[in-house]
Design a protein. Sequence first.
Length: 305
Amino acid sequence: MPFQQGSARTRQRTVLLVGIVVLLAALVLAVVLASVLTHGKQEVRPKMMKWKDRGTTKNLQEVILGRCYNYVMARYPELRDKDCLEIWESLKHAFIYKNPCNITSEDYQPLMELASHPVPCNKSLFWSKTNDLAHRYTKSNQNFLTLEDTLLGHMADRVSWCGDPSAPGINYESCPKRSECESNPSSVFWKMASKMFAEAACGVVQVMLNGSVEAGAFRSSSIFGSVEIFHLNPDKVSAVHIWLMHDIGGPQSESCSGHSIKRLKDILEERNFKITCEDDYRPVQLLQCVHNPDHTDCRLCTNTT
């Protein structure tokens, strides 16, 4: 009887050991299988697209929200009802996880509606190839506003963003240039914002162009030449004043009687706008001379006799 009991215990131990070995083998097999499957997924996951322009601005959310709150709370408190968080979410949803070459105006429409606000009459200043000068002027003279001085333009100025179909949905390494695909997040955004800015203009509007550009001050391919000029409303805009500025010490490539300015005037006249053009508008030239006080081009600016 003791022998039979010992045999029974031995069989029980053997069965238990075999069960433990089988369980361990199953666990090892499960771990190996999971590793293989995970490795396979990593291999087939699509790689993030490579483009030629800079990638999405780091900490984009914080940058956009900070600029929005500063604009509506500190600079223009009359716009404090704007929901900056909702504006950011609308911008994000316009491009995240999307092919950056397939962005449409519909993607940005909710953002445009959320961030739009009126621009006072006689204050709209358009520009082409005078980016730095135009914005130095609006900073020193609050009587004028460029697109970049509106909420939409202020938030987006000098920042970049684009999405990607693969995780995490935002490409921080590179974004497409316009030459790679026209329907990229930046181009579509600025065209829509420019169109809205032009449509809102009323009274007398100003246009600051660069007369030192060899190719001509007015370019049909520019945002002003291809978008803004055609969305000015003749029923709201009474006149267009052209300020043709020349770089201090730079070439005088074109004057108000130049070929490209004539093309611009023809387009405006055909749309029934009154037009004036002035070479080196004095208030702006004085601002140029602040940075070049001793240059010979500035003698007229500093001469008090």
